[in-house]
Design a binder for this molecule. Structure first.
Ligand code: UDP
Length: 453
């Protein structure tokens, strides 16, 4: 029993912001000898334009397999445009997942010893139970917003949410304790690090006293080894040409603009942003997804591309981690998804927040008021229908790139970068937590396999 081969099944929720960190964690575990089965839905897999080829070459080794399963919906179903139906289908995915996993075991792969999934993939709980293996929850949010997610019903019933901005600083509105919440699993990992989420905050995600550990930022060790894992599983075709363009810009001069994989904007808002960028006079690299305006590409003001061609570049999807690590980038206008925030702070790049939904408002607030690496565009957290005007955008961009405020953020950025890299380096806080996880999961798996025997 001492040399039990660990075999982790990794199950992301089928969005970019879940697939990326889970893939990075999978590679960290793989490099520590764990056999990996990485599960994608057919829908995600088919959209991974470059990944399919890459999966067959670099990532897919004899100890790292991809498993592609149907999500139970017809190919032409709108998925995210019919979210309740989509979520309901994913909730019922357990039997399909179990069936495909059992079929995939026939080719001499070691027995499955644990399932690692994001909290949203609740179907993995029943599969883990059926297979008699531990379920590990991997939070792809920061600990603070993961706690808020877990306690959403309670916070609603106490009217702490929806949050009224004017109440935010009132002492009587402060949440000082949280009850135990119901969640199912035997171990909790969080993609965060000690400088931003204290161990006590992460521990609050424990389920019935199980360990809850920070192991992030999980992308850094892979990035340092030159692995382009985000690109490998990218759901959109990545434009690497922008890196050459960045090479030609002045250090710290470029504003990087991206709203992640899901956030949408009105066309009116895109136009205001374009003019704001133009008026700021700073060089910019702008990720303009083809579905940014409710499934469509959106149109820019007439002559904008021509007028800004000497100092602006627009791409459909960028190699974001490489962009943020580029010395030419001086600021990031972000929708505040946790991966984007974490990648940016790990690279020491200050941010101008423009949150859209889910955990993004909380991420913005913490980046501004607690971690001191960001500022927000005025008004964006108070009114979701607000169209931020060109003057406000220009003002925000100048605050970020020019004044003493921006300089303070850059200084803090250097500290956070150092702390993030230190956390995952040998002997660092997250590194040691991952070692501890490896030890504990081996014990849990042995106990589980004894029970099954
Ligand atoms: N990303 C990228 N290229 C882009 C935009 C985003 O590679 O042009 C990656 C980014 O590095 C991050 C993920 O997509 O890892 C987006 O995750 P996040 O949590 O920031 O936002 P979401 O897409 O889930 O809203």
């Amino acid at each position: 029993m001492n040399d039990l081969q660990l075999h982790a099944v990794m199950v992301p929720f089928p969005v970019q912001g879940n697939i990326n960190p889970l893939m990075n964690l999978a590679h960290l575990l793989s490099s520590r000898g764990v056999f990996i089965t990485f599960v994608n839905t057919e829908w995600s897999h088919n959209r991974m334009s470059t990944a399919a080829a890459a999966a067959e070459s670099s990532a897919c080794t004899s100890k790292f397999k991809f498993l592609v399963i149907p999500d139970g919906l017809p190919p032409d179903h709108g998925r995210f445009s019919k979210l309740p139906e989509y979520l309901s289908a994913l909730e019922k995915l357990g039997p399909i997942l179990e069936h495909h996993l059992l079929c995939s075991l026939t080719d001499g792969t070691p027995p499955i010893t644990c399932i690692i999934s994001v909290n949203f993939m609740s179907c993995t709980y029943e599969v883990a139970n059926k297979l008699g293996v531990p379920r590990v929850i991997f939070w792809t949010f920061c600990a603070a917003s993961s706690i808020a997610q877990c306690n959403a019903n309670l916070l609603l019933s106490h009217r702490h949410i929806p949050v009224k901005v004017e109440d935010l600083k009132r002492a009587d509105k402060e949440i000082t304790c949280l009850p135990e919440f119901q969640n199912k699993g035997e171990y909790v990992l969080v993609n965060t690090f000690d400088e931003v989420d204290a161990p006590e905050t992460v521990s609050a995600l424990s389920i019935n006293g199980c360990p809850a550990l920070a192991v992030g930022p999980v992308f850094i060790p892979n990035f340092l080894e030159g692995k382009n894992l985000n690109g490998l599983v990218s759901l959109s075709e990545q434009d690497d040409g922008c890196l050459k363009w960045l090479d030609a810009q002045e250090p710290g001069s470029v504003i990087y603009v991206s709203f992640g994989s899901l956030a949408v904007k009105s066309n009116e808002q895109l136009e205001e942003l374009a003019v704001g960028l133009e008026k700021s006079q700073h060089p910019f690299l702008w990720v303009l997804r083809m579905d940014i305006v409710g499934g469509k590409p959106g149109t820019l003001p007439e002559g904008f591309v021509e007028r800004t061609k000497d100092r602006g570049l627009i791409v459909k999807w960028a190699p974001q981690v490489k962009v943020l690590s580029h010395t030419s980038v001086g600021g990031f206008v972000t929708h505040s998804g946790w991966n984007s925030r974490l990648e940016s702070m790990s690279m020491g790049v200050p941010m101008l927040g423009w949150p859209y939904f889910v955990d993004q408002f909380l991420n913005s607030r913490f980046c501004n008021d607690v971690w001191m690496i960001g500022m927000d565009l005025k008004g964006v957290d108070a009114d979701e229908n607000l169209v931020v005007g060109r003057e406000e955008i220009e003002k925000g961009l100048r605050r970020l790139m020019e004044g003493s405020e921006g300089e303070e953020l850059r200084k803090r950025g250097r500290e956070l970068k150092e702390a993030a890299f230190k956390a995952v380096a040998e002997g660092g806080f997250s590194f040691l937590n991952l070692n501890r996880f490896m030890h504990d999961i081996a014990q849990l798996s042995k106990t589980a396999s004894r029970k099954m025997a």
